[in-house]
Design a protein around this ligand. Structure first.
Ligand code: A3P
Ligand code: MG
Ligand code: MG
Length: 380
């Protein structure tokens, strides 16, 4: 469970693989008081259309239409005749987040305390999904991950590099797995309307290129964070709290028929659901429980803030404080390891676009890391 850092590509020196420092992911080490996590503030948003093009606006934001308690939605409908699947072999890295930053520098709050030594005014830029993986790491026994970290003008950019195991999984999915990935998006289509006064259109095409993303700023202890995450929908009420307080995360899960299934749901699913929504401050999760044939037999709301109480009866269960303390220590660790600023960055250029280290492709086809590749193995 010790994470090693492989010093690779330090400056222009390649081939240095000496393990430098490590950070333990043993959960016992992180059972401390809950660290400061400031209420995330939305500083902007962006949309990706049906062709995965970036738009600096909320055109893809959808509206939540509450279903009945047992709606009987057929999640198999439209597979594969009304399904356009995003090409997940295309690695977009931080591109969309960086595009947002270039267009919205003035919206980044640089006056929050403590003052930052970085040009952008934040310590870390990343995707919410990468942070979700960090948060759940002390409890993860199945999936390893690899993150690339690069410092540019004082801000550390963290992006994911697909592991070999993840690539093999992606390339060898069964037909059943492929279909079940569709079910989550189909559920969204049954529940979301394109317009505030509209209704869902289950007869339409499910296109997983389309996305609406929020960009939030927050602070975990002394780490100032800016990250983006995909948001499924918002409530229609115009008097609802401002974003991200009005957002709703949609989920599907197998129906729960036995105490064992309930326990597994609490231990594994709710951990991931909680981490994903807690990070950007999304307060509501609406879950559709489906049977083996993809019929939604029950819909239930899980307020994000209530999840930690819900799991307290489970023996030896996960704890939010362990997740957040591990993330805090992980970010401190990254700061201590990724010391050198990107030597390829041109300090005379006023924008980060085009000379961001995370854009160069290295010889092995992975994202090029300028100072370091922080290589995290599975937590076994
Ligand atoms: P479910 O969440 O209902 O499983 P998200 O919930 O993050 O908005 O993602 C929407 C859907 O994308 C998921 O619906 C699931 O179908 C699919 N999906 C997301 N991440 C996935 C992953 N790592 N593996 C397989 N499918 C995934
Ligand atoms: Mg989503
Ligand atoms: Mg969802």
């Amino acid at each position: 469970a010790d994470y090693k850092t492989n010093k690779r590509h330090r400056s222009s020196d390649e081939g240095q693989h000496g393990a430098a420092e490590s950070l333990s992911a043993h959960r016992q080490l992180y059972e401390r008081h809950f660290p400061l996590y400031k209420q995330p503030v939305e500083v902007g948003c962006f949309s990706l259309d049906s062709r995965r093009s970036f738009f600096n606006d909320h055109r893809q934001l959808r509206y939540y239409v509450q279903p009945t308690k047992s709606p009987g939605f057929n999640l198999r409908d439209g597979y594969t005749s009304r399904f356009v699947k995003r090409d997940d072999s295309v690695k977009e890295k931080l591109d969309h987040v960086l595009k947002w930053i270039l267009a919205n520098r003035d919206k980044i709050q640089t006056r929050v305390q403590p003052p930052s030594s970085s040009a952008l005014g934040v310590d870390f830029v990343t995707w919410r999904g990468h942070l979700t993986k960090v948060l759940t790491t002390p409890y993860e026994t199945q999936e390893g991950w690899m993150l690339a970290a690069s410092r540019f003008r004082g801000t550390i950019y963290i992006s994911e590099v697909e592991t070999e195991a993840a690539r093999v999984n992606r390339e060898t999915r069964s037909e059943r797995q492929e279909e079940m990935m569709y079910w989550g998006y189909k559920f969204e289509q049954y529940i979301c309307a394109d317009d505030v006064d509209g209704t869902p259109d289950p007869g339409g095409v499910v296109n997983t290129n389309e996305a609406f993303c929020t960009v939030v700023q927050t602070r975990l202890a002394d780490h100032k964070l800016l990250f983006s995450g995909e948001v499924d929908c918002r409530v229609k009420d115009p008097d609802a709290p401002p974003a991200p307080g009005c957002y709703v995360e949609l989920k599907t899960s197998a129906e729960i028929c036995t105490p064992k299934q309930r326990s597994n749901f609490h231990r594994y699913k709710l951990l991931k659901w909680w981490a994903q929504s807690f990070l950007p401050g999304v307060p509501q999760i609406v879950a559709g429980f489906r049977d083996h044939d993809g019929i939604v037999v029950a819909v239930e709301a899980f307020p994000t803030s209530k999840i930690s109480q819900l799991i307290k009866n489970e023996y030896n269960c996960w704890k939010p404080t362990v997740c957040m303390n591990f993330c805090n220590d992980f970010l401190s660790f990254v700061k201590s390891v990724v010391k050198e600023d990107n030597p390829r960055g041109d300090p005379n250029k006023s924008d980060i676009w085009g000379n961001t280290p995370l854009h160069h492709a290295s010889a092995n086809g992975h994202m090029q890391i300028v100072s370091f590749l922080v290589n995290f193995g599975a937590n076994l």
